[in-house]
Design a protein around this ligand. Sequence first.
Ligand code: BES
Ligand code: MN
Ligand code: ZN
Length: 477
Amino acid sequence: MNVQISNQTLGRVEADAACLLLCEDEVAPAEVHAGWLAELKTSGEFTGKSGEMAIAHLPAGFAAKRLVLIGGGKREQFDGAALRKAVGGAVRALKAKGVKSLAWVLDGGDAEAAAEGALLANFEPDHHKSKKESKALETFLLLADASLQPAVDRGVILAESQNFTRELVNEPGNLLTPGVLAARAREMAAEAGLECDILDQDRMKQLGMGSLLGVAQGSVEPPYLIVLRYTPAAAPKSKDHLGLVGKGVTFDTGGVSIKPSEGMEKMKYDMAGGAAVLGAMRAIAQLKPSIPVTALIPTVENHVSGKAQRPGDIVTSMAGKTIEVLNTDAEGRLILVDAITYAQRLGCTHLVDAATLTGAIVVALGYVHIGAFTNNDAMMARVAAAGKAEGEKMWQMPLDDEYRDLLKSPFADLANIGGRWGGSISAAWFLREFAGDTPWVHLDIAGTAWLEENKPFMAKGPSGIAVRTFARLALDW
Ligand code: BES
Ligand code: MN
Ligand code: ZN
């Protein structure tokens, strides 16, 4: 889709739909027919509440084919996140009616968020459908001052990167194996101008990544550790070096501790954290923050076979800690810890990871908030600020010392599960053992990386959560 700024007015712009946002109790500009508005209000069809839409066809005095009023809710609460959703809601509703070009009066709003809303709403997870069910918008015209072009450009980069992530997450396990994910990462890195190093099984063996390799051994698909590097052009002022780590399990059967078959098809999205890191790096390469960023995506398939890891197996991680694998379905943490250790080896001073790590986080927070865990309040504050700025909700979970005891094993340094209660917390503690003193935030995105239902502003399926938060974190460092 083509996203452009236009200096046309609401009345003069030529488009299939010209949209005007009205919050509750707001009056429309004079060119909008007052009789129509009064009628809409008395009938209760349009009062400015969020989610409302009223359409006038062939409106007198307008060049556009439709004049569309979009409800914005309370003006005091109408922020960038609300604008992203309002634009998205209009795009999804109107493209379904065959609208190809849509104009939007920005009127002081956040141009970056508006561009994002349009692009994110235009995405459909229909890559493998021979006949596309829904029609796509072709042009989004933002009626705004030309000085806002840089903000629009940022929004386009961020949203297209998020859609890049959604495309990857949507791919099924047969078509997106660890090898394919690594190839896609290499291709993206070449286009974006990022350094790329992909470690294969032999190199990981040499490095002693026994924890990661133990998970991979049950699959015929070889594992990889994808490493991408962004280096700012100017020498950075501080020694800070951000590491982004993402879980890249291309399919999670659970291994020998196999999952129930019902719903197992969803486990193709178990690489959503890794894909989010790739999307963020795509954006970072273009937006050029001043901090160096290294991305690490351990990618494996967690499968069952005669060579698969058994419950009770003891593996040795790259950090030297031994792990008793009590449940082969707790595989995400096993691959992440070797990536965390390697990130430290590469010089990362600050770490964030994103992972579809636990079903327990869905029990705790549902589909709304990311679960956030940290060993460092200042680092948490940075990540929380980035999330807030991008409208990606997160909720900090506790990580007190008392929970560490859940991971005690009589036979190894650590067990890979901590029992049923507080499952997301023991999983986070497992990662923390390896993060050590490095300031670190863990985002459990199991509940937020996949939308179970269509939203007015986004199709159901992969959400691309955490891409914008990660990119913003690097940009605002
Ligand atoms: N990939 C799953 C977590 C998950 C569950 C993601 C539901 C998305 C939706 C993870 O590898 C897993 O299987 N976790 C186990 C941990 C348990 C064995 C301690 C879980 O959550 O059940
Ligand atoms: Mn699992
Ligand atoms: Zn998993």
